[in-house]
Write a protein that binds this ligand. Sequence first.
Ligand SMILES: [Mg+2]
Length: 227
Amino acid sequence: MALPNFDAILFDAGGIFLLPDPTVLGPLLAYHGGDPSIAAHRRAHYAGMAAKSAAGSTEKFWHDYNDAYVRSVGVPDDDVELASLVLEQTRNAYTWRWPIPESVRALRALHDAGMPVGVVSNASGQIAQVLARSGVCQEGAGVNTPVRVIVDSHVVGVAKPDPHIFDFALVHFPDALRDRVAYVGDSVTMDVGGARAAGLHPILLDPHDDHPGADFDRLRSLEELLA
Ligand SMILES: [Mg+2]
């Protein structure tokens, strides 16, 4: 895909840099017949997000995600309802902590190439701490990749798809034109929708081509941003 030369790139956190930890959820759902492998759980997250987007669900509603997730790892039909409930009761803000290796590398490479970068996340007040602990990034200099800002919806009091959440990030990119700022997320409803409403350039991370024919740009991996 040919992307424009962006002035800056903003990223979602969940599903972009961090996944619900497959080393926790693997054994959890293996009890219900699920494949505990990291590969199966990575795939299941995007199957869940595609189902969540298809249902038009916003941040609070994860039923469609849970169902699609447990089906994706291979939980048999007659155990889907219970496994979905167990997943719902186990996953919480702090389990979104498993760093996606190629995403972490791509963020570092983008920063090293001089691209201004930041994070805008619907979160629970924890996201900056988890991004740092999991080796992804921090605001300003540090051991991980420096980003200009990490916006946490719980901290600023506005959540995607409300486009005003992006204002808290854009003040850190005074030289960037809105339509030359990319926002990379994994939700059509919250990320593509919110970024569009804010006048940004939305991009969906869609590693398994779950959204063929979409009317927005898609990436298989953040590494495509380096092309
Ligand atoms: Mg996300």
